[in-house]
Design a protein. Sequence first.
Length: 146
Amino acid sequence: MKILLLSGPNLNLLGEREPDVYGTATLDDHVATATSAAQTLGATLDHLQSNAEGDLVEAVHGARGDADAIVINPGALTHYGWSLHDALSAFDGVIVELHLSNPNAREPWRHVSVVAPVATGSVIGFGGDGYRIAVEAAVAAVEARS
Ligand code: DQA
């Protein structure tokens, strides 16, 4: 089973960026958590972070017919990234939307997710533990389909 983990804009700054909101762990730490969770369940995991929406769109296109699941923390693209929404609509595997914080408990503009309507499900608000939970949910959802 193949899982693609995607990280959107500014997530490369995790560890330094607003640690009161996002914690002190780095993106590398979260990728290690996700990779370890995948390996424990017999899956492989690739990761891409980009600050450009087009790179993430291309990665979703590349996952078509290749990956079984996408776990994506789209960063702020969550709230307005319609081309990412459309790309994810064209991916027929499992999609898990992931957020460290709980956007619904923050500013009103974060309450809209354009990714949620095309996701299989969402893992939000569990901090770094969300990376393990999201991978476990993705694997379970893929297995439930087969
Ligand atoms: C985030 C939440 C988004 O609203 C924000 O723009 C981010 C991080 C999270 O993981 O909590 O960049 O996706």
